[in-house]
Design a protein around this ligand. Structure first.
Ligand SMILES: Cc1cc2nc3c(=O)[nH]c(=O)nc-3n(C[C@H](O)[C@H](O)[C@H](O)COP(=O)(O)O)c2cc1C
Length: 231
């Protein structure tokens, strides 16, 4: 497939990009993913260390990851990540977490007390929203404590989702997909000397999937920005 002609200006790409949680069941050409990675790898990193590895997973290994994630989560297994997590969000962070969930559930017509559909939504997350591709991002274990390298992978992730969006691909950066990191490690054959940071689901957006239209809210800048030393 030919690469789409891309001329969208940066501001438009940033403003219009949304997390995509419903995908067309069609494969993404490997060349297109390669092109996205070529662009995204221009992301800055601490001392240009570029401490990232990409494991681009599709087909049977990805199906096995979905199956393993689903089985473990249904069995009530504890979340098992390879990065340290905080104890949970509080205050305005929690409010924003709830706000995006409410937006998504309202768009999908999932009622507050509809446990079955809420559960189904959560399970979709563990299946990486049935995306045809998952990019598993890792860094070398010896870098621990790895806050600065994790920061670098964050910068890289934004570059990936923007470069993908500009090419007609949707993504969702997806913590749920690696909540059972042993499953991902096994089926994606992640080397022992790397830690799994995050995965990014990728594919062609399904325009009929209403959650894909949800535009998340951002705080007014004057609530979190201080200017120091200006007149
Ligand atoms: C580190 C990280 C982890 C995320 N994990 C999930 C996830 O597990 N499930 C999900 O539906 N969205 C996940 N997201 C997507 C966020 O919910 C989304 O980026 C946020 O609500 C803002 O919406 P937008 O991406 O549409 O602007 C994650 C995003 C980031 C940056």
């Amino acid at each position: 497939m030919a690469t789409p002609d891309v001329h969208t200006d940066f501001r438009t790409v940033v403003n219009e990009r949304r997390s995509i949680r419903g995908y067309k069941p069609i494969p993404v050409p490997r060349e297109l993913i390669e092109e996205v990675i070529e662009i995204a790898k221009r992301a800055p990193s601490s001392m240009n260390t570029q401490p990232w590895h990409f494991h681009v997973v599709t087909g049977e290994p990805l199906e096995l990851i979905r199956k393993g994630n689903t089985e473990r989560m249904m069995a009530g297994s504890k979340v098992d990540r390879e990065i340290k997590m905080n104890h949970g969000y509080e205050g305005p962070h929690r409010d924003r977490q709830v706000e995006i969930a409410v937006q998504l559930f309202e768009a999908m017509g999932i009622e507050r007390d509809d446990k079955a559909r809420r559960q189904d939504w959560v399970m979709r997350g563990f299946r990486q929203f049935d995306a045809p591709v998952s990019l598993v991002l890792t860094y070398d274990k010896y870098l621990e404590p790895a806050a600065i390298s994790q920061f670098d992978l964050g910068a890289l992730s934004h570059a990936i989702v923007l470069a993908a969006w500009e090419r007609g691909l949707g993504c969702v950066i997806n913590g749920q997909g690696i909540m059972q990191s042993k499953v991902v490690r096994e089926h994606a054959a992640i080397p022992d000397d790397q830690n799994i940071m995050i995965c990014i689901a990728m594919g062609y957006p399904d325009e009929s999937f209403v959650a894909n239209t949800v535009k998340s809210v951002r705080e007014d800048s004057d609530k979190f920005v201080r200017y120091v030393g200006f007149d």
